[in-house]
Design a protein around this ligand. Sequence first.
Ligand SMILES: *Cc1c(COP(=O)(O)O)cnc(C)c1O
Length: 544
Amino acid sequence: MANDKRYAQANNDSLHRIFTIPEAPDSTLSLIEEEISKNLNGFLSHHIVATDKPLSEIELDFASSALPEQPEYVSDHTRQLLDKLIAQSVHTSAPSFIGHMTSALPYFLLPLSKLMVGLNQNLVKIETSKAFTPMERQVLGMMHRLVYGQTDSFYDTWMHSADSSLGAFCSGGTVANITALWVARNSLLAAKPGFKGVSEEGLNKGLRAYGYDDLAILVSERGHYSLKKAANILGLGHDSIIAIPTDGEHRMDCDKLKEKCARLHSQNVKVMAIVGIAGTTETGTLDPLAKMAEIAQQYQAHFHVDAAWGGATLLSDKYRHLLAGIEQADSVTIDAHKQMYVPMGAGLVVFKNPKAVAAIEHHAEYILRKGSKDLGSHTLEGSRPGMAMLLYASLHIISRPGYELLINQSIEKAKYFANLIEQDRNFQLVSKPELCLLTYRYVPENVQTYLQSCSADKAKKINEVLDQLTVAMQKLQREAGKSFVSRTRIPEQGKYSGAISVFRVVLANPLTTEAILQQVLVEQESIATEQTELLAQLQSIIDA
Ligand SMILES: *Cc1c(COP(=O)(O)O)cnc(C)c1O
């Protein structure tokens, strides 16, 4: 490849050329294109990492904090980048990468993303985005309709209305959850005679104005950590997030929820919000949303549903019933960058009431003037990229039935894998998949038998060793680079009431085959049998 001599000198002429797009793809750019098809066809390669270079060694490539004084040729720099960075990244699109919610992307999003970056639209205001603003409003309208299914005339009235927004597009589920709870807090402590509202006077005066001792946000103990960030930022503090115990299947226990609401009420603590989870991050479980909506109604609490991961299931006619009750939520978070196969940086929250966002409205003189349709007047973020375009394109190119197929296949694949685990006498399925997420662990058959009849004390000892085994296996599997599952800790539902370490699998990649899943168990089994020391410890507990 010829050296791309452009951009090499720090003078005006070459700097101007940096900002000029070459008419025909030059050699450097085609090298990148080549890398895209080769590397991202790690879609097809079964390797998670290209090399087993340890992170400590990779850090040496990124050791210096000195600002570069010498410009580099684009071609030279690109080669280095491919070598040091790209080759050492994780193939999240590999079909044997089944441990996280980040997976493969449809190919057409790559050129579209490039276009999006090139256009560099800023959705904070119409002056820097023009058609992108109505496009994003339409995407929010479609997602609102997916959740709430309002009439055409509802969307005709509200979708492009200057004094409302059906939701907020943002960088992800975290910001979406923060936005929802921000709206909940401000609506609760709204302006009234003698009080200018919490957004003007702050939380202390808000509590006094309304006569509450404190506010609380109730969510099951499987709630995502982003809710804590929200409570922290909104001035409520982590303690105001009250974790309600779950039933035997990781779902919100509604009796406990009711009890807690009653107790808080008697202590003059206002239940600001009840949060239902549609697809927990650790077990993929769905809360009983309809029942929770009823309780929220009874206590006049904002009902938020965190459907960051599971919300896309609404696209499946076959499975959307699993989220029944979501249409009663005041707000719903959905991450497009999870099960909607859009690149990261695409989350959103929709509000049942199109006027709800007025509670967080901000205006400024040079932009976001009153009466403008600027989206920035009710988003947490300021400058924001045109990511909605990628969701817009995906919704059209894949279409609702296409998404349904993807969702259904993922769920059915998870059921297949769960079956496979249950049939293998040395594995134990810990949480069944409701959607496409499940957890399990390796427990040798004789240990499983022993656990059924041993004392709680022995079970504790056994589980401690099994935890070490799970952790060791997950690490070795990751380092081998052929496949990847993640791990987490969840309460064990049996006689031992502590938490246990488990493998966590998310089956979202459409290219993951049944053969790959079989192979994962074979590989794990062989890693396990090499853990002779831990296996011996298990045996000695049994023999003691
Ligand atoms: C992923 C997730 C979040 C956070 O979303 P980010 O996009 O990572 O910010 C919140 N809640 C749930 C249930 C999630 O799965």
